[in-house]
Design a protein around this ligand. Structure first.
Ligand code: AMP
Length: 509
């Protein structure tokens, strides 16, 4: 029996193919028939272009219904879907294409001229375009093709997608996700969050990330129901659509923005069944305020690119502010000593390690990195520091790795530091995350200039300009401070905890 994730969800699609699947903010609707036909045509085109089972299809496009159909077409063709953040610069895209060697790369029509040479240099077989309005050479070339397509049979372990995470050493790692990884997680989330046939999901997340793609979209596909699809989070649109939605999934920033709006009331949320939050810590205060204003206790869950979702607060039962809930039914979570890897006594703090059918098989072409992060027994070392309380709720306390999460996006300081350190006149930099009322954390750079007068020309504007040139916007520091010395410990390591403390009020108030 084929275990292609597409076959698993298609078996659950509504019998009435006219059932709405996606409705855009413009009002334009796409049914399950559109899903089947367009994904069939796209899959046929990919196959005609020579895409074989296991080949990568890299995609850097705006959010659209067609982009979802392209994801499904890749699954149907047995290819590995490789979505890229739309904020990535040409240099960053060049790295991903060179590393993943995709058979096909799909970019926006507007980026075609700028990326054609990059794609050619990386040996990409075919370059197509897809615009935010469903325009471009992909839909044009697929338009005349037969929509009937026999989905390629896949085994549970076959590669379904590669999602790149930012690398702590500046090099990104491609997390290889199998069909089993996707289907086990989607089936579990669909069940424990109590999806109903008439649920309508309000989808305002990006779809190049596990949250918007594998959590939100896959749950809807499992449910065979519809979603209201916003190209990005927009409070006006959210308030307009809440009366028609029943479930919303968001990053904490969505909830703080809604809370800042006087339109957030229990009446506005009266039609809603469930608000879910994840990708970054939801402040306990936000949780409490949201409940006081709307009567809804936000359900917080925790997961990561490499594993899909790992824990969730209960649908029925206490959703405890500041916790990420219980391990999912098929997932084992243990707390281990960071150095020895031995489990710590019950209730103690340590690094969270996880195991389950949702956990990825390894990093694309990086066996050493994979071996460093997945123990021989299959336990994946998340890098998150936490504890499990007496009732079994998991608490995330911090991150062993030096990750900053700004507005739900991961930024690895090392990558930003490398850019800043290369600026003439800069001796060294330390990039940290500081509390920010809107983004949760903001990227901030602490910079040491050359003392001999050679560093005089380096100011905040110069640092930000250098970062903007080379890095995606969400990685660019929102503030820069200059110091005469970086604090270091006895081993010569910069003590970022001290910097975080000194800079913690930079965005306060
Ligand atoms: P990503 O791979 O982009 O999904 O980021 C995964 C990381 O986000 C995790 O390793 C955690 O550090 C963090 N994260 C995700 N969900 C939560 C949450 N509910 N609370 C705290 N941190 C979270």
């Amino acid at each position: 029996m084929t275990e292609n994730f597409f076959d698993i969800v298609a078996a659950r699609f509504p019998t009435d193919a006219g059932t709405p699947f996606i409705e855009l903010d413009s009002g334009k609707r796409y049914s399950y028939r559109d899903l089947m036909e367009t994904s069939g045509r796209y899959a046929r085109l990919l196959t005609e272009l020579g895409v074989d089972k296991g080949d990568r299809v890299a995609v850097q496009v705006e959010k659209s219904a067609e982009a979802v159909f392209l994801y499904l077409a890749c699954l149907r063709a047995g290819a590995a879907y490789l979505p890229l953040n739309t904020a990535y610069t040409r240099a960053e895209v060049g790295y991903f294409l060179g590393d993943a060697e995709p058979a096909v790369f799909v970019c926006t029509p507007g980026n075609l001229a700028g990326l054609a040479d990059t794609a050619k240099g990386a040996g990409v077989g075919a370059l197509l375009t897809l615009g935010g309005d469903g325009d471009g050479s992909l839909p044009e070339r697929a338009a005349g093709l037969d929509p009937a397509f026999d989905t390629v049979a896949c085994a549970a372990d076959d590669l379904a997608a590669i999602l790149y995470t930012s690398g702590t050493t500046g090099r990104s790692k491609g997390a290889m996700m199998s069909h089993r990884n996707l289907s086990s997680n989607a089936a579990t989330l669909h069940r424990i969050w109590g999806f109903r046939p008439d649920d309508v999901l309000l989808h305002a997340l990006p779809i190049f990330h596990t949250h918007g793609l594998f959590v939100a979209t896959n749950c809807v596909l499992m449910n065979g129901s519809g979603m209201l699809f916003l190209s990005k989070f927009d409070a006006d649109a959210v308030f307009r659509l809440l009366p028609r939605a029943t479930v919303m999934m968001g990053v904490p920033t969505f909830y703080t923005r809604l809370l800042a709006d006087p339109r957030l009331t229990s009446e506005a949320a009266a039609h809603m069944r469930l608000f879910i939050s994840g990708s970054a810590p939801l402040l306990a205060d936000t949780h409490r305020e949201f409940e006081a204003r709307t009567g809804h206790a936000i359900l917080e869950r925790y997961g990561m690119t490499e594993t899909g979702m790992l824990t969730s607060n209960p649908l029925d039962g206490d959703r405890i502010p500041g916790t990420v809930g219980f391990p999912l039914p098929e997932v084992s979570v243990r707390v281990a000593d960071e150095k020895t890897g031995e489990p710590v006594p019950d209730g103690d703090v340590g690094v969270l390690e996880v195991k389950g059918p949702n956990v990825f098989s390894g990093y694309w072409r990086m066996p050493e990195k994979t071996a460093q992060e997945i123990r021989p027994g299959g336990w994946f070392i998340t890098g998150d520091v936490g504890r499990i309380d007496g009732r079994g709720y998991v608490h995330i306390i911090g991150r062993a790795k030096d990750l900053v999460i700004s507005g739900g996006f991961n930024v690895y300081p090392k990558e930003v530091e490398t850019v800043i350190d290369a600026i003439p006149g800069v001796v060294e930099s330390a990039v940290i995350g500081v509390p920010h009322p809107d983004f949760g954390e903001a990227v901030m750079a602490v910079v040491l200039r050359r003392p001999d007068g050679m560093g005089g020309g380096v100011d905040e504007t110069a640092v930000i300009a250098a970062c903007k040139e080379q890095l995606a916007n969400f990685k660019v520091p929102k503030a820069v401070a200059f110091v005469d010395e970086l604090p270091r410990n006895a081993m010569g390591k910069v003590q970022k905890n001290l910097l975080r403390e000194t800079c913690k009020d930079r965005f306060a108030g």
